[in-house]
Write a protein that binds this ligand. Structure first.
Ligand SMILES: *Cc1c(COP(=O)(O)O)cnc(C)c1O
Ligand code: SF4
Length: 491
């Protein structure tokens, strides 16, 4: 039986959906168990009120935006309102934030957009969750709105396609890097645009600094990718990304799901969408889309194949009671959701912010899967952390909750080496910020090199990068010290 959204009124109600057959088991009723005296607790009590990850914003938070002052809950939850009010132009941002933000801030954004590899696109949901009293330091502002004074000079090794996806693309819109899995890119649009997008070379419209490669959202254009997957019996796993599966019309979502599930060797599908983090109400109000997803998951299960949703929350501030209800709806209808975060300075790079995120996701049955070391993308130097910081963060996070809800911290090796456990470097120099990885399952002839952001380095390290004539020596030294000089370095 499928649960409908109307069945869910509160998490308390869902939790109380149990009846212990105490008379049969001989176990005391829950009430009397709670009152029993425990002689020695060993551990200090935790004040339930301190467990912030269990608190979900239930207020009409969007009404603090002057233009949304009279918007009812029903209207705000309507996907049509979210689409219509999405901010894609500076003028719209200015109009919606008039009275709650200083004109200097808008001027900062205007100049910031001239340097940005991504266009502006902010859902009303995200716009309403930004702390407009201090937008400069807000974790959602940092992700979606560029500001001039925020930019740092790029590390000399930053690029638009830092993962070299275009080199591993046998047909348009498909990346085949690992043996048994492929990445299918059926479209190049998203409900929001993230400043740090790893596919800045393709996603969204052109900006002042980037002419984009396009992925076509048209079934006819997908035939080559489907034919390729069908021709490769070793491929068991298809990631459908983009762009964002939220932007696929329900019939196209179904078509992709059904066609791929029909290929006998394909065993696993993952639809990738940032949507739950930036427009969770779609899951509650766009029944055609949500039911298409649920139907593909159900069809997959019938065929003995796994279909899941991979999403992209970066901050607990993105999560409200709307999110909780959306995730509960998916969970109760058998849709497994996993999360992939990007580690971003000022967003989730402290123990507290990352632990809150991991716990909150876990509480909603969203499984924290990966945390990515920030890719070496042009225009994102201010958002990156060093490998050293990431390793420290991982140490602090592992153990705070269930192991299966503890994300793996990975570096997607620059130049196409694929994901590597951030700890697994063959050499790391904290002064120059150069780390060196091998990736035998992807290409055992290569050595992959990652670079920490320059302002995270000790002063002596920062000085070394100031002198361009030293750069090649710094890299050569790291390669020599790794003991893998015989491999071909890429970055
Ligand atoms: C991340 C990625 C995948 C999926 O990798 P998992 O580690 O299984 O999540 C597949 N192909 C490409 C090109 C990728 O970048
Ligand atoms: S949602 Fe994903 S693909 Fe789209 S801009 Fe953000 S990171 Fe890039």
């Amino acid at each position: 039986m499928l649960y409908s959204k109307e069945d869910i009124t509160s998490i308390e109600e869902a939790e109380n959906f149990n009846e212990l057959p105490t008379s049969i088991t001989g176990i005391d009723s829950l009430e009397s168990l709670i009152n029993q005296d425990i002689p020695n607790h060993l551990k200090d009590f935790v004040d339930p009120d301190s467990l912030n990850h269990r608190k979900f914003v239930k207020t009409l938070f969007w009404q603090k935006i002057p233009a949304f002052k009279n918007v009812s809950e029903e209207e705000f939850l309507d996907i049509k309102f979210q689409n219509k009010q999405t901010v894609r132009k500076l003028e719209k941002l200015e109009e919606l934030t008039k009275g709650i933000v200083q004109p200097e801030f808008i001027e900062e954004v205007k100049k910031g957009m001239e340097k940005a590899p991504m266009n502006l696109s902010i859902s009303p949901y995200i716009l309403s969750l930004i702390n407009w009293k201090d937008p400069y330091n807000d974790p959602l502002r940092i992700q979606f709105i560029p500001i001039n004074s925020g930019f740092r000079p790029d590390h000399p090794k930053l690029r638009l396609d830092s993962l070299s996806e275009q080199n591993d693309s046998p047909v348009d819109g498909l990346v085949h890097r690992y043996v048994d899995k492929v990445l299918f890119l059926p479209l190049d649009v998203c409900p929001v645009y993230c400043r740090f997008c790893t596919r800045s070379y393709a996603i969204g419209g052109n900006t002042d600094i980037v002419d984009k490669q396009r992925f076509k959202n048209a079934p006819k254009k997908w035939n080559e990718a489907f034919a390729y997957i069908a021709s490769r019996p070793e491929v068991e796993d298809v990631v459908i990304s983009g762009g964002d599966a939220y932007m696929l019309a329900p019939d196209r979502l179904r078509l992709i799901g059904e066609l791929l599930l029909d290929i006998p060797h394909v065993r696993r599908l993952r639809f990738a969408s940032k949507g739950p983090a930036v427009m969770p109400m779609k899951i509650l109000s766009d029944d055609a889309w949500t039911n298409a997803l649920i139907d593909i998951v159900t069809l997959g299960r019938k065929k003995g194949k796994e279909v899941v949703l991979h999403t992209h929350f970066n901050s607990a501030n993105e999560i409200t009671d709307i999110t909780r209800r959306a995730m509960l709806h998916l969970f109760q209808n058998g849709v497994k959701v996993r999360n992939q975060s990007v580690l971003i300075k000022g967003v989730n790079d402290t123990v507290d912010t990352m632990v809150q995120l991991v716990r909150k996701l876990s509480y909603m049955n969203v499984q924290p899967y990966y945390v990515y070391q920030h890719d070496l993308v042009t225009g994102t130097e201010d958002m990156r952390t060093s490998v050293k910081q990431t390793v420290e963060l991982e140490k602090a996070v592992r153990g705070v909750t269930a192991g299966f809800n503890t994300p793996l911290f990975v570096t997607d090796a620059p130049g196409g080496g694929g994901k590597r456990d951030v700890h697994s470097y063959d050499y790391y120099d904290e002064t120059t910020g150069i780390s060196v990885y091998r990736s035998p399952s992807v290409d055992d002839s290569k050595l992959y090199i990652y670079f920490d952001p320059i302002d995270s380095l000790p002063i002596e390290g920062q000085k070394l990068w100031e002198d361009e004539s030293l750069h090649e020596d710094l890299i050569d030294n790291a390669i020599k010290n790794s003991g893998f000089e015989s491999l071909n370095p890429v970055y």
